[in-house]
Write a new protein. Structure first.
Length: 277
């Protein structure tokens, strides 16, 4: 009986393998997948760019905490884009989810409506600050019970989403981005709107300014001013990391940094916002 069952299992496995061989004989499906994936990355090659402002979405991640990165970005450098097909597809999915959620906000009347550069209705709006120079896009200005609340939309896979839901704590980078917008806009309340990419479940983490947040944001703004002045004075910051560090490995202008010289001024990297605040 056991031998017969084993033979049946082996026969089914053999049939599956033969079916795969038969399918591969029709055309090379793996090559087709590779070609589709190429479409995600083919337009993402090296590009010379000169940054004019700090970006709240960049300053909180990896190389964004490095003063030398911003100095060279303000100078202008060739930015390498090593995004793979999966990451590119994931970012595109996030953008499409933003559009869908923003459309729902407009339909429900919960968010203020703006007209973008394409003359289209949107909840997205420009956030601009002069000193230090900052430019970004807020996802939504929510009208809740007569009070304006800054909304920031983030999407994530189920595992990360469930962790945020269980702890009711935002990702530090997301919180910092929202706090920067809140400071510039003069708003005391914000909302981090999380969506589960797997099932579109929504969760909102309310954020209210406190003394700890104010202290860190003021420090971050002073840090940006110091870094910007170093660039205006053309005093290149020295390196804060080894070339094989995680920050340097993921930096899009590491080649320009390597060629720039040792530097002449020491500026500490931006310290993270404490998760205990």
């Amino acid at each position: 009986m056991t031998k017969s069952l084993l033979q049946q299992v082996m026969l089914k496995e053999s049939e599956k393998k033969q079916a795969k061989i038969d399918q591969d004989n029709i055309f090379d499906s793996d090559a087709m997948i590779e070609k589709i994936n190429l479409g995600y990355t083919i337009l993402r090659g090296p590009k010379h760019t000169q940054k004019k402002t700090f970006a709240p979405s960049t300053i909180v991640y990896g190389h964004g905490e490095c003063p030398r990165y911003w100095y060279l970005a303000f100078n202008g450098a060739t930015f390498e884009d090593n995004t793979d097909a999966y990451s590119a597809a994931n970012m595109t999915a996030g953008t499409l989810s933003h559009d869908r959620i923003q459309s729902a906000m407009m339909n429900s009347g919960i968010a203020k409506t703006y007209i973008n550069d394409k003359n289209e209705k949107t909840t997205e709006f420009k956030v601009i600050h002069n000193d230090p120079p900052i430019f970004g896009y807020g996802d939504a200005m929510l009208d809740w019970e007569g009070e304006e609340i800054v909304g920031e939309i983030k999407t994530m896979m189920s595992e990360a989403y469930e962790y945020r839901k269980k702890t009711n704590k935002p990702k530090t980078g997301h919180l910092v981005q929202l706090l920067i917008y809140m400071k510039i806009l003069g708003k005391s309340k914000g909302a981090l709107i999380y969506e589960n990419k797997n099932n579109h479940d929504l969760m909102i983490i309310p954020v209210e300014v406190n003394d700890g947040y104010i202290k860190w944001i003021n420090y971050a703004f002073d840090w940006m001013r110091e870094v910007r002045k170093a660039w205006e004075d053309q005093t290149l910051p020295t390196k804060n990391y080894r070339n094989n560090s995680k920050v340097c490995k993921s930096c899009p202008i590491k080649a320009a940094c390597s060629d720039a010289g040792t530097g002449v001024i020491k500026i500490a990297s931006l310290e993270e916002l404490s998760e205990t605040l």
